[in-house]
Design a protein around this ligand. Structure first.
Ligand code: SF4
Ligand code: SF4
Length: 191
């Protein structure tokens, strides 16, 4: 979070625009659901825009990590009141998707949750036919779970925390995400 604030300080953006015509609620990106919201937000202060967005989604102020280290800026909302802009019944993400596994399973013992999280969340797998050995995934993996062997990336799933950074940074689309059979079953049940 501190890095985000440093970036704002460094870049000094003049205008921040958020396309919230269609939002995502729940445990996105993989477990989230598209939700028509119908708003475009714009503001000169990115923290103010973030704060307004959080309020629209129904986040309690204390639950937003950013505003635990930075006080919310003064905000002037034009056009609507914040209460009018509130998206009804917006489904918030689980407190920590990776630690809690899946929404609704937070009552399980921690060890069971950890096991289920790893089993049910999509796991990265490198397609050797597409990998060109550029090492971007290796460099971006926070767990050092990726190593290159013969110019092909390999993932150690025991170290992997399913953050999917490797999937996002790969320029070749070589990191595929796949679910176990149980994960696929659950995903289809959640629609
Ligand atoms: S980022 Fe993609 S192409 Fe590059 S090494 Fe990793 S898997 Fe291979
Ligand atoms: S999903 Fe995250 S932790 Fe797992 S290999 Fe990819 S970058 Fe590393």
């Amino acid at each position: 979070m501190g890095m985000l604030l440093d970036l704002v300080d460094f870049l000094q953006p003049r205008l921040t625009v958020v396309d919230a015509v269609v939002g995502m609620e729940g445990d996105g990106p993989t477990w989230g659901r598209a939700r028509p919201v119908g708003y475009l937000l714009a503001g000169v202060n990115p923290l103010a825009v973030d704060w307004v967005m959080g309020r629209m989604m129904g986040f309690p102020a204390a639950a937003v990590p950013l505003f635990q280290i930075a006080p919310p800026p003064p905000v002037e909302v034009r056009g609507l009141t914040l209460d009018e802009a509130r998206v009804p019944d917006f489904r918030l993400p689980s407190p920590n998707t990776l630690e809690d596994g899946l929404e609704g399973l937070s009552w399980l013992p921690r060890r069971v949750k950890e096991y289920l999280s790893k089993e049910l969340l999509p796991r990265p797998r490198v397609n050797p036919k597409l990998c060109i050995g550029c090492a971007r995934c290796e460099e971006s993996c926070p767990q050092h779970a990726i190593q290159l062997h013969d110019q092909t990336a390999m993932v150690d799933l025991n170290l992997c925390i399913r953050c999917w950074c490797c999937n996002e940074v790969c320029p070749q689309g070589a990191v595929e995400l796949s679910r176990s059979r149980l994960g696929r079953l659950l995903a289809s049940a959640r629609g």
